[in-house]
Design a protein around this ligand. Structure first.
Ligand code: UD1
Ligand code: MG
Length: 492
């Protein structure tokens, strides 16, 4: 292990460049891996000493306590890396050049300072505001996760807090980018009924936004100069205005929580985040390697890669201790933090809608969980699968159906009919128990009992396949549906 860490550090120093953010991000990713995999086993006993410990519910007794909340080590490491990467990836040309009055002097400086660096992909100054707002948002999220782990904050109290954490991000988005339009699929506008519907929607959004502007004196709609879709047959845009900001806020609430509820078997919280990171990176590379791409799209996806690569590094360091058999638990801090990394990257990278395609497994798990989350069915404290000591396999875990869940009972019958759940009935054919509504349990319902590590790997491989399929869909079906793709590789 020490050899791998040393090799990672050596490679990191070899990769470190001042003029290539991608190399720098890779170097910081390797450093992140080396630091977390070095620190986590050494800090575990200190965490246990102060009571940050948990018991693995799926192991044969006697089960010792293992450190909880190890995500904090990872999150702090990541934040330090995020600060240290700044001097390597940002360039001050906006500030220094705009302050010059003499054009000759200005272009001289531009040529010597900026152009002279070979393959210069460094960011202009305004991107630093985006980057720092993202860092601030992540920092608040870590604090929220940490307090939640320590004090178990009530969910009605903590529910909206990620939206508060994302405010700096949205404000920078407002000042810097402010695009709030979405493209309407061509098959809708091609039909007169669809077109009328879109016109009604446009009027509704316009009126609502005017009301908001009247009350707040702020305009939330897209400036025409800000968004210009380069296409001969320009697609129809629907300007959501303030609703787009509401959507981005909702995303910052959804992403962290959706990762936290797809949990309960060793390695799954970190594993799904690593898979998501890989999917994001593949999508970014599609743009970054594309020969004909706009500077704006290039910058956005480069920024995304700079957040994601070090995140992958630190997460891999944690994964090796959290995967079966887990020697540490990650805590809600990690789940909130990692979910927010993806929300931040989706928003700053200007692909907050595509992001939903990448979160399909988490969205499906959330939709499937809704009856339990919103008390249509009883929700036990833990919904993780049941471990059977005798055969060392995981089985679906069950919730008990008490009296008074009428809607829930109907729902269970429908789900049972489609084999989306297992139920147990009494002699009167009344449902008494149902398998908990998570896709982890559903995997066991469909594929039968299996070992915990195999279950985790099956879910992660499934997630990766869905993600790759979604990237392909985004750039093939997407252009066909919307009549345009911001990636020139699209099958248009
Ligand atoms: C979420 C889930 C809950 C699931 C739990 C497991 C919802 C609404 N909540 O709750 O159903 O049981 O995550 O993380 O879906 N643990 C293990 N093995 C693991 C991971 C965790 O036994 O691989 C146990 C340990 O006792 C650990 C505890 O779960 O201490 C952590 O649970 P916590 O993250 O606090 O649960 P929630 O996020 O509230
Ligand atoms: Mg949790």
């Amino acid at each position: 292990m020490a050899v791998v860490r040393l090799a990672a550090v050596a490679l990191a120093f070899a990769l470190l460049r001042v003029n290539s953010p991608l190399h720098t991000a890779l170097a910081f990713g390797l450093l992140g891996y080396a630091i977390t995999s070095h620190l986590i086993p050494r800090l575990g006993s200190s965490f246990i000493k102060v009571g940050l410990k948990g018991r693995d519910l799926s192991k044969a007794p006697p089960v010792d306590f293992i450190p909880e909340l190890m995500g904090v080590v990872l999150a702090v490491t990541y934040m330090v890396l995020l600060v240290l990467i700044v001097p390597f990836v940002f360039f001050k040309y906006l500030v220094s050049f705009l302050a010059m009055s003499n054009d000759d002097e200005l272009s001289d400086l531009f040529n010597t300072q900026y152009r002279s660096i070979e393959n210069n992909h460094m960011f202009p100054h305004n991107k630093l505001a985006e980057f720092l707002s993202g860092a601030l948002c992540l920092l608040s999220t870590i604090l929220l996760g940490f307090f939640d782990d320590l004090f178990d904050i009530r969910w009605r109290h903590k529910f909206f807090l990620p939206a508060v954490a994302s405010l700096p991000l949205l404000i920078v988005y407002y000042v810097d980018f402010s695009v709030t339009s979405v493209v309407v699929p061509t098959f809708i506008t091609a039909h007169p009924i669809g077109e009328t519907f879109v016109e009604y929607l446009t009027s509704f959004f316009a009126a609502s936004n005017e009301l908001v502007t009247y009350i707040t004196n702020l305009k939330f709609t897209t400036l025409t100069t800000d968004y210009n879709v380069a296409s001969s047959s320009a697609p129809k845009l629907l300007d959501l205005g303030i609703f787009y900001y509401a959507y981005m806020s909702a995303l910052s609430i959804f992403a962290p929580n959706s990762i936290n509820i797809l949990a309960g078997i060793n390695g799954l919280e970190v594993g799904q985040s690593i898979v998501l990171g890989i999917i994001f990176l593949i999508n970014d590379m599609c743009y970054l390697l594309s020969p004909s791409i706009s500077q704006a799209a290039f910058d956005s996806h480069m920024l995304s890669a700079i957040f994601i690569i070090p995140f992958l590094g630190v997460s891999l360091g944690l994964f090796q201790y959290n995967f079966f058999p887990a020697r540490v638990f990650v805590g809600d801090t990690y789940c909130y933090f990692s979910g927010m990394v993806f929300a931040v990257v989706g928003i700053l990278g200007h692909f907050s809608k595509t992001l939903l395609l990448f979160l399909v497994p988490q969205i499906l798990n959330f939709i499937y969980s809704v009856p339990q989350l919103f008390n249509i069915l009883p929700c036990p404290r833990h919904r993780l699968p049941r471990y059977n000591v005798k055969d060392n396999l995981m089985y679906p875990s069950y919730g008990e159906l008490k009296e008074g869940y009428k809607l829930g009972t109907i729902l269970l019958s429908v789900l049972a009919f489609f084999r989306l759940i297992l139920v147990e009935r009494d002699q009167n054919n009344r449902i008494t128990k149902f398998s908990n509504l998570t896709i982890i349990n559903l995997t066991l319902v469909w594929l039968g009992p299996m070992r915990e590590d195999i279950l985790c790997i099956i879910i992660l491989v499934g997630q990766l396949l869905i993600g790759v399929l979604m990237i392909a869909t985004r750039h093939t079906v997407g252009p066909w549906l919307f009549g345009y793709d911001n990636l020139s590789w699209g099958a248009k």
